[in-house]
Design a protein around this ligand. Structure first.
Ligand code: TYD
Ligand code: MG
Length: 456
């Protein structure tokens, strides 16, 4: 009998070593090496290959012109937001990974997808929930689809057997961390298991043309758990994010071989599942804020979508020696920078003031065009004068207090116009912008002092 051999695998990056190491020389993480048994029986690999339907093809290089082009025949779902982030529907034979915090709604999103395609047979494999639990969830989501088949299984070979007999149009695996391939001796969720299962599923998807969705857990720093190679293997990586206490959920594309990565889907979590939000700006702006100080509306772009959001600021006298600066949904460092610019360039004294900034709706926005609205809400709260109603802002602030140009300005203006804003502050530097072309009044500003004189 062959001697059992073991190896040590870094659970952070997947590097292997014949002996245990305290610190991984590749990713420099501490205490991540776990012992795994190397199975000498290579024929198990062959069995996995046979079960996943792989065939040995003769290998030869061919000219690109002689490759047959296939018509892109995407499966267009009823979920407009999902179609959008996938680049226009599900590509046959593609493999999509959806990552996100526990409880954010990954299983809900995919079960909803499975239930919304009555023309197709869908295999929903769950290694996390029992069939009854899935049924309970499905009952809440509404109309049931008899062609949605549920399998609670974690053994990859059993899953392949089912896939072979059912021949579904779509396969959903919740989650890749629960899968176990008998080829590998280590436990489910370990680096080698994830790597092996994902590569078998990838082979299955490519050979059979059945699209596969994988749910992936994330680690505490927000990356998808398992080896980085998992993200390289799949065609599309989607990230589902949002604040637990808020209803909004964003579906972002992190990688997409079949479309743009700057797409964004917006959902609202309700009693009966996820609802698509087609017109987010109206929900993100509260109605009766006209007479309050410290509120500025920013015309931002998230992905490719214009989004008008409400920036709120509170500037109050500090009780303690060290003033507090705190922000929710906005980068704290950037807030400190804006405060320094206001001190140095415009002469406002924030040194003895506590400053709080909040982006309404629990969104995290990274668009630099938000700066101008943040600064205006800070000034409004500082002086306790409300910003005139019907105003909105788009502009990045530079270190010398200048208002810098922003991308896609026309899209922002059209969205603000659509929502009934009367005037919008835009950077002078945005070249080629016709100020009189739009229905609302555009005020071009080049620095913060100009903005202040206009507003207060
Ligand atoms: P779930 O899809 O189980 O999250 P994940 O698979 O990402 O871990 O989502 C669970 C959360 O969604 C749970 O906290 C309750 C909420 N939820 C609703 O509010 N309404 C619903 O109809 C459903 C199904 C879930
Ligand atoms: Mg789940």
């Amino acid at each position: 009998m062959a001697k059992i051999r073991t190896r040590y695998v870094c659970q952070n990056c997947g590097v292997e070593s014949p002996k245990w190491l305290g610190r991984c020389p590749s990713c420099e993480a501490w205490n991540t090496y776990v012992e795994e048994v190397v199975d000498p029986q290579q024929e198990k690999h062959a069995e996995a290959r046979r079960l996943s339907g792989a065939t040995e093809k003769p290998l030869s290089a061919i000219s690109i012109t002689s490759i047959e082009s296939i018509e892109e025949n995407r499966l267009v779902t009823q979920d407009v937001e999902l179609n959008r982030v996938l680049g226009g529907g599900i590509v046959p034979g593609s493999i999509t990974l959806i990552g996100g915090e526990p409880g954010i709604g990954k299983s809900t999103l995919l079960l909803q997808l499975a239930l919304s395609l009555p023309q197709n047979t869908i295999l929903y494999v769950s290694g996390e929930e029992s069939a009854q639990q899935i049924k309970m969830r499905a009952d809440r989501l509404g109309a049931l689809n008899p062609r949605c088949l549920v399998l609670t299984e974690t053994n990859l070979y059993q899953i392949f057997k089912q896939l072979k007999s059912i021949k579904p149009h779509l396969c959903i695996i919740d989650s890749v961390q629960t899968l176990e391939s008998p080829t590998i001796e280590s436990t489910a969720g370990s680096i080698s298991q994830i790597r092996e299962c994902a590569s078998e599923l990838q082979r299955y998807a490519k050979e059979s043309g059945v699209p596969v969705f994988l749910v992936g857990h994330i680690t505490k720093d927000g990356n998808i758990a398992g080896p980085k190679i998992l993200e390289h293997m799949v065609d599309t990586v989607l990230q589902f994010e949002g604040e637990h206490h808020h209803a909004y959920r964003l579906l972002r594309t992190k990688k997409n071989r079949f479309g743009s990565t700057s797409e964004l889907g917006i959902y609202e979590m309700q009693q009966s599942g996820l609802r698509q939000v087609t017109n987010p700006s109206e929900l993100l702006i509260s109605e009766n804020t006209d007479s309050l100080s410290g509120i500025g509306i920013a015309a931002t772009i998230e992905g490719m979508r214009p989004l008008l959001i409400e920036a709120q600021a509170l500037v109050s006298k500090s009780v303690y020696g060290t003033p507090q600066r705190s922000s929710t949904g906005y980068d704290n460092k950037r807030l400190n920078m804006l405060l320094a610019v206001l001190e140095k360039r415009c002469g406002f004294r924030f040194g003895d003031k506590d400053v709080f900034v909040n982006i309404a709706g629990g969104l995290k926005v990274e668009d630099p065009a938000l700066d101008l609205a943040i600064v205006c809400s800070l000034l409004s709260s500082f002086d306790d004068i409300p910003i005139p109603p019907g105003s909105c802002f788009a502009g990045e602030i530079g270190l010398s207090g200048e208002v810098r140009s922003v991308n896609r300005i026309e899209q922002r203006i059209l969205e603000a116009d659509k929502l009934g804003f009367k005037r919008m502050f835009v950077p002078t530097n945005n070249k080629g912008l016709d100020l009189n072309k739009f229905g609302l009044r555009l005020i071009a500003v080049s620095n913060l002092n100009e903005v202040y004189n206009h507003l207060f």
